[in-house]
Structure formats: C-alpha cells, structure tokens
Unconditional design. Structure first.
Length: 252
C-alpha cells in the first residue's frame, strides 16, 4: 500500500491532482470534504467547523476518519476486485495448475493536509507516507477561487487572506516545507496538468516495464556501435583495394 498526501493553500490546485489521479485508477480522499460535511450538519462555515471539530475530537479527527476510509476500501478491494489466474508448470504437463491472486497497485491520495500533526498521524499508520505540495502565488489562487465559486470560496480578498491565515495557523506552512515533491502551478493550466500526470506515472504509479525499456535501449546502442564498426571495416579494407588493382593489371 502506498499513500500520498497533497497539501497547498486554497486555490493552489489540489483538486486537479485528485481528478487526474482518479482517471488513473487511484482512490482519493478529500479532508476538506470531511469538514464540509460537518459544516452542513452544524449549519456553519467550513472555517468554524474545522476549528470546532478539532476542539471536540482532537487535532487528528479528520486524519483518523481518512485512515479508516482507506483501510476499509483496501479491505473491500482485496475481497471483491481481485482476479484469480492459473500458473502452469512448463516442465510437467500432468501437474495441476496453481492459482494465485493478482491485485493492481494499492495507491491512495489524501487531499488537503494542513498540520504537522496530521502528517505524523498518517506516517504512523502508513509506511513510507509521502507529501506532495503545490505552490501558487496569492493573486493567482484568489482569481481561481473567484472562478470556482464553491460555497467556502469568497470574492472578497480580505476574507481570502483571513482564510490563508487560518490555514497557516494550523501549520500548513511547515507541511509544505517538509514535502517530498513540489509542484508549481503558475502560467497555463495545461502545463501544470502535464506535470501532474508525469508525477503520477513516474513516481506514484510507475509502469512495470520501465526497467525493461531501459535495458533494450542499452542493447540497441551496443548494436548500433557494432554495425558502425563493421561498416568502417568494410570501407577501409585494404585487401579489397589490392584485388581491384590486381584485376585491373590482368586486363592490360
């Protein structure tokens, strides 16, 4: 099981990573959705819900709910979505085939890390837990939030800054500084999406034939060197030149 946490200030582009990851078959959980559900139940803002939720149940309440969701999903996935294949022994045809389970890579993304306590909690439950941070300047993030128009987004820049300060009080700045991967979301959105796909395919969900391709490349290079050497040998073969001169001498 591999679990990655995504962190970044509001409007940085965390949801883009989640959408692309879902298309690649990666199960994603949003910590913000847990807070938004709590806000709807108590009929308050997400900022108030986030503070009250932690005061009532502790700083790790949202992280704990995410851990339980991942463990339950992984357990159900193993029981329901496994495929059974047969392996035959090539030496003895009479031997009965062995069955084994083949499971795709168990990868998860948790979107919305805010505090170092949450990071410690995830590292306690998931071995080799890693962090992906997204950086974007405040004006770019504010413009995105205005276009997004989600319930907890504001078109008032003062409210936007207050939300940033609330996130920083949780310790999100420390989480970003401890990130294993850093993505910059500035400029055309297509460039950022391309970088996200590259990160997912090369680091989060690497292809199995990656090493095999690199070995073939080395073999092709060695073959090219051999062929080039062989051509040079034919070109500068002195025996051929002597034979040509000998034939010309016989004609005269």
């Amino acid at each position: 099981m591999k679990v990655f946490g995504v962190t970044g200030l509001p409007g940085s582009g965390k949801s883009i990573i989640s959408r692309i990851a879902k298309k690649e078959g990666i199960y994603t959980i949003s910590m913000g959705d847990v807070i938004r559900e709590e806000a709807e139940r108590n009929r308050c803002s997400t900022g108030v819900a986030a503070v009250n939720l932690r005061k009532k149940y502790g700083n790790n309440v949202v992280a704990d709910r995410c851990v339980q969701k991942i463990k339950n999903y992984s357990k159900n996935r193993y029981n329901q979505k496994t495929t059974v294949k047969k392996m035959y022994n090539t030496h003895t045809n009479n031997q009965t085939p062995k069955k084994y389970r083949k499971i795709e890579q168990d990868i998860y993304i948790i979107e919305g890390l805010r505090s170092p306590q949450e990071v410690s909690y995830f590292k306690k439950h998931f071995k080799n837990f890693k962090i992906i941070a997204i950086h974007s300047n405040p004006q770019s993030r504010f413009n995105r939030l205005k276009r997004r128009k989600r319930n907890d987004d504001s078109t008032d820049y003062k409210v936007f800054k207050e939300r940033d300060n609330r996130e920083l009080k949780f310790g999100i700045g420390n989480v970003i500084s401890l990130a294993d991967y850093m993505l910059i979301n500035e400029g055309p959105i297509q460039i950022f999406k391309t970088n996200v796909r590259a990160l997912i395919l090369n680091e989060l969900k690497p292809r199995n034939n990656k090493k095999y391709i690199s070995k073939n490349k080395n073999k092709n290079k060695s073959n090219r060197r051999y062929k080039q050497g062989k051509k040079q040998y034919k070109k500068h073969n002195p025996r051929k030149n002597n034979n040509k001169h000998h034939r010309q001498g016989n004609t005269h």
